[in-house]
Design a binder for this molecule. Structure first.
Ligand SMILES: Cc1cc2nc3c(=O)[nH]c(=O)nc-3n(C[C@H](O)[C@H](O)[C@H](O)COP(=O)(O)OP(=O)(O)OC[C@H]3O[C@@H](n4cnc5c(N)ncnc54)[C@H](O)[C@@H]3O)c2cc1C
Length: 497
């Protein structure tokens, strides 16, 4: 293969989304290469930003202090259209995902603010009343770099996987269309955002996940005072270019979204959108780690030749590229499925069920592949890979978080299992994969899944790991068959900036 194909995110994407028109993608990439990467490196090395809780008069302000260049990097992405493009004709999520891919190639963590802003804007657009939209959504869709940001806060101290048991935040209607929320949120990314979507239990609602509602909560009340406060910022191993904090909601003003719908569906819609963005970001991270490893390996000489020319490493490079192609194909197919169904409301179509299964497969496998590729890239660098100054160790720190937030691998497997059990979504998936599959492979998979699903519940859960893993890989490789092939000629000149 030609390693130059890996050095540019926009170029790699041409094989997967050639039909998506994003005018500024290559300018945006140039900006990241020339300026953004250095900002991102500095933010990562600086560690947790400072939380300035009070102003000089002793008033509570909860301001997150990054270097000014950080805000320029964010503004650049918002201006390019990571959020507003989804709301411009022809109403597609794909152009924003392309820009998200380019962003993540340079800084996977900073893609989080854009992702959660989109995952806030979409439910607001679908489920908020006109007054709330005018107040909260319109400033988010401003086409300037100074638009409002969003955030999605579900997790509480007792856990993120079992939201039905863990969410203790309550919401009480005060009769004028607004609600008051009380509780503590434990992992709140993009914590300085102007608007957050918050999972809470309306007074009198039943226990469990079905009793949850989704609320839009602004950062400031009408009188300009804080509507919630930040207890502290999390001191994370990576994704330092998004601030994550703990938030205290105390009689915080909010609006309930889609009260006529089960709130858990709205929560899952927001999460599933973020899972697709996470998949896109994970693939970009894997491409970057691979590009960096290849650039290093083409220059590093051992036993008389560049290390990538040794047979063992050569095989591993080809395997990693094949895995990247499969992960890319899976992520972009899941993104395209979402692009078809993202404006559906409950009750959902069969196509939506297929999207859900693809979202779980894609979130799971792309993040796993990112972790594996980043770990392998460190190995290729040898001792130099363990040094912070060479950046490649950062991709592993970032990848580990991509696998956890928006739901752990276990969560993806169990939710994927549920949509197969209850909706039979695997039948549609297998049909979708037929064109790229070897003869007989679809029938073999059909049989394997039938046998697997025929077990009792505990056995299904216990054995879902390898089935889900193999299915994700099978789907990725089958989908990759339909993607134009890379030029085969080797040329060891790649460098990822
Ligand atoms: C940097 C960062 C930022 C985050 N930002 C946000 C945010 O903005 N908003 C937000 O809402 N959340 C956020 N999260 C929280 C994240 O979504 C949760 O960490 C994640 O969902 C897992 O929840 P938990 O950490 O509480 O683990 P737990 O739910 O306690 O799970 C612990 C372990 O048990 C496993 N497990 C749980 N149930 C089962 C089961 N039935 N079978 C098998 N295994 C199981 C899990 O997979 C996991 O491995 C963030 C997390 C991180 C690390």
């Amino acid at each position: 293969m030609n390693p130059q194909a890996l050095a540019s995110p926009a170029r790699w994407l041409q094989r997967f989304v050639a039909d998506v028109d994003v005018p500024p993608a290559s300018d945006y990439e140039r900006w990241w290469r020339d300026r953004g990467q250095a900002i991102s490196d500095a933010v990562d090395r600086a560690g947790t930003p400072h939380l300035r809780m009070f102003d000089a008069q002793g008033r509570r302000i909860d301001e997150i202090q990054f270097p000014p260049e950080y805000w320029d990097a964010l503004a650049r992405g918002y201006e390019a259209g990571l959020v507003w493009r989804a709301f411009a004709e022809p109403r597609s999520l794909l152009p924003g995902f392309v820009l998200g891919y380019v962003t993540s190639f340079f800084d996977p963590g900073i893609y989080c603010p854009f992702t959660v802003s989109l995952s806030t804007a979409v439910p607001l657009d679908k489920y908020a009343g006109e007054e709330v939209k005018a107040r909260l959504l319109a400033p988010m869709l401003a086409r300037s770099g100074r638009c409002w940001q969003g955030a999605t806060w579900m997790t509480e101290a007792r856990g993120g996987s079992d939201l039905g048991a863990a969410v203790e935040t309550t919401a009480c209607s005060i009769g004028d269309g607004t609600w008051r929320l009380n509780g503590d949120k434990y992992f709140c990314s993009n914590v300085g955002a102007e608007v957050a979507l918050v999972a809470a239990r309306p007074d009198g609602a039943p226990a469990g996940v079905r009793g949850l509602g989704l609320f839009a909560v602004p950062r400031l009340r009408g009188d300009g005072t804080l509507n919630h406060t930040i207890r502290r910022l999390k001191d994370k191993i990576a994704t330092r270019s998004v601030p994550t904090g703990e938030v205290e909601l105390r009689d915080s003003e909010g609006w309930r979204l889609g009260p006529e719908q089960p709130g858990v569906y709205l929560i899952l819609e927001a999460l599933n959108l973020s899972r697709i963005a996470n998949s896109i970001g994970s693939v970009a991270l894997a491409q970057r780690a691979l590009a960096d490893a290849l650039a290093f390996g083409c220059e590093r000489v051992a036993f008389g030749r560049p290390i990538v020319e040794h047979p063992l490493l050569g095989v591993q490079v080809r395997e990693r590229i094949a895995a990247l192609e499969a992960a890319s194909a899976l992520a972009w197919e899941a993104a395209r499925q979402l692009d078809v169904v993202w404006r559906e409301r409950p009750p959902y179509s069969e196509q939506y069920d297929l999207f859900r299964l693809m979202a779980h497969l894609s979130k799971y496998w792309t993040a796993e592949n990112a972790v594996q590729t980043a770990r392998w890239a460190i190995e290729v660098f040898g001792g130099a890979g363990t040094l912070a100054e060479n950046r490649v160790e950062r991709w592993l720190r970032e990848a580990v978080i991509l696998a956890i937030w928006e739901g752990t691998p276990h969560r993806q497997m169990l939710d994927g299992l549920e949509v197969m059990e209850r909706k039979g979504a695997h039948h549609l998936l297998l049909e979708r994969l037929r064109a790229g599959a070897e003869p007989g492979a679809i029938e073999d998979w059909s049989l394997r899944l039938e046998r697997f699903l025929a077990q009792d519940r505990a056995d299904r859960e216990a054995s879902v790991g390898p089935v889900f893993h193999d299915l994700a890989l099978f789907a990725g490789h089958a989908l990759a068959q339909r993607v134009p092939k890379l030029a085969p000629k080797p040329d060891h000149g790649a460098a990822a900036g």
